[in-house]
Design a protein around this ligand. Sequence first.
Ligand SMILES: Nc1ncnc2c1ncn2[C@@H]1O[C@H](COP(=O)(O)OP(=O)(O)OP(=O)(O)O)[C@@H](O)[C@H]1O
Ligand SMILES: [Mg+2]
Length: 229
Amino acid sequence: MTVLDMRDVRKVYRSGDAEVVALDHATLAVDHGEIVALLGPSGSGKTTLLSIAGGLLAPTEGSVVVDGEDITGHDARRLTAFRREHVGFVFQSVNLVPFLTAEENLLVVDELGGGKGGRAARERARALLDELGLAARGSNMPSQLSGGERQRVAIGRALFNNPGLVLFDEPTSALDTQLGEQVMELIRREMKARDTAAVIVTHDTRMTHYADRVVRIVDGRLTADPVPA
Ligand SMILES: Nc1ncnc2c1ncn2[C@@H]1O[C@H](COP(=O)(O)OP(=O)(O)OP(=O)(O)O)[C@@H](O)[C@H]1O
Ligand SMILES: [Mg+2]
């Protein structure tokens, strides 16, 4: 079953008279529970592709179906509601809310969805932090956490609503190699345990063995690596 189905997506940015074709004929299908690494040089269109896959940005042409719902023509309001239920995001610069504790950073997701941060939500936040090895860190502020710990809080936040798809934009680039490997291992374990699909943008070829499949992007065009036998 396909959780992400992007077809013939084209994205043209216009600023003044200048036009940049960031994506061209991009077609990508990702199955439930599948982990895809998206590899490509700076400026090749990786973040643009993730943003379109997750409904943060509309394509100029082409279609995007997530969890069976065609989101191509959704307006901003419907996209926001859709993202909350179906898509998790983890970015390179972990954007935790600096004045909330680790646990509260997870509960933000619940509150944005109209929840009251009640007992069930708090228990879910604690269980997730526990699972991510952060049981003792729930009441710490982001500034009191290491880079790897902050990245794990961000992963917990992305998983809070049980999305079918989580999009990672260079989740390990701010970490040293060993910590990066640990975070990738954890991402893989958590995705597989939930049958959640992931697209993981990376510059780093050392991280691709954590993926089921590698897709490369150059100048806005995708090419798949041959699937290993
Ligand atoms: N908002 C924007 N307006 C105009 N051009 C943009 C915009 N966002 C991205 N671009 C351009 O589109 C192209 C693809 O950008 P994108 O951010 O998707 O690349 P990337 O692969 O994520 O790069 P990096 O590895 O440096 O993060 C680049 O040429 C970039 O300059
Ligand atoms: Mg980028």
